[in-house]
Design a protein around this ligand. Structure first.
Ligand code: ZN
Length: 258
């Protein structure tokens, strides 16, 4: 093979250098919750380059936002309409997004004081049947002893056609949820469930618990979006966590009450 002329080689090298300078200075990732743009997100305890430095959004929050704004079957305008939304263990950046779509937005928590309602989601007797159009609980159910009872209650307080929006940590490739009554101490929970205050480790069968409660389930993950959307919003961890209990494959569960 004959080497290309020197001028051609130098020209190609200059173009490559110019491209890499451009890549280094232009934003490559965008937070679809707060609008932050930059070369990369920052590291957190579990994943490198997956957390927004401005609002703290993680993959699950940005998947949720992408579902509400870009998924053809789950448009926020139709999901929320003018219906009331209840957000438990509320994340500020998710709340800000939701409030663009609904006039009636309330927050709730079991422990926190700076919310509208103090609530045990397994016993919401103060809330009438069918009160809400949307109920959001991201990474909440893994803390709740009787999650099936919580799901029955959420189903009850939703109006027909209403939506529960859920995320839970799921161990990579685990099928059956691990829930062992012998695992009780914080140290054991951390060892087996991945965090001291988690009461189970969900598997792929989480969808089944939603269906048991009566919901019709739509699952959203990175495969629900074009690759350029996944890359721009970082809807999948840029590097997999090597921790054996990490949730590398995040999903958002949209559960509709028929
Ligand atoms: Zn952000």
């Amino acid at each position: 093979m004959i080497a290309p002329p020197l001028r051609q080689r130098v020209g190609r090298k200059l173009r490559l250098m110019a491209n890499s300078v451009l890549l280094a200075s232009s934003p490559q990732v965008t937070c679809n919750l707060c609008g932050w743009q930059g070369r990369r997100f920052v590291d957190d305890e579990w994943h490198p380059r997956a957390t927004c430095p401005r609002c703290g959004s993680q993959v699950r929050h940005r998947l949720l936002a992408a579902a509400l704004t870009e998924h053809p079957g789950l448009r926020a305008e139709t999901m929320f309409g003018q219906r009331a939304a209840l957000h438990v263990a509320p994340e500020k950046m998710v709340g800000s997004l939701v409030q663009k779509y609904t006039q009636s937005y309330q927050t709730a928590d079991f422990n926190r004081a700076n919310v509208d309602l103090r609530l045990d989601i397994t016993q919401m007797s103060a809330i009438a049947d069918g009160s809400y159009g949307v109920f959001i609980a991201c990474d909440v159910l893994e803390h709740v002893s009787d999650d099936r009872q919580a799901l029955r209650e959420i189903y009850r307080v939703l109006a027909p056609g209403g939506w529960g929006i859920f995320t839970v940590p799921q161990e990579d490739h685990r099928q059956e949820t691990l829930e062992d009554p012998n695992i009780q101490t914080p140290a054991d929970r951390e060892k087996h469930y991945g965090q001291w205050d988690h009461v189970r480790l969900y598997g792929a069968d989480f969808s089944g618990r939603l269906e048991e409660a009566g919901f019709t389930v739509t699952v959203v993950d990175e495969q629900s979006f074009p690759p350029e959307t996944v890359a721009r919003y970082v809807l999948f961890p840029p590097a997999l966590s090597p921790h054996p209990l990490a949730t590398n494959y995040r999903k958002v569960f949209f559960a509709q009450k028929p």
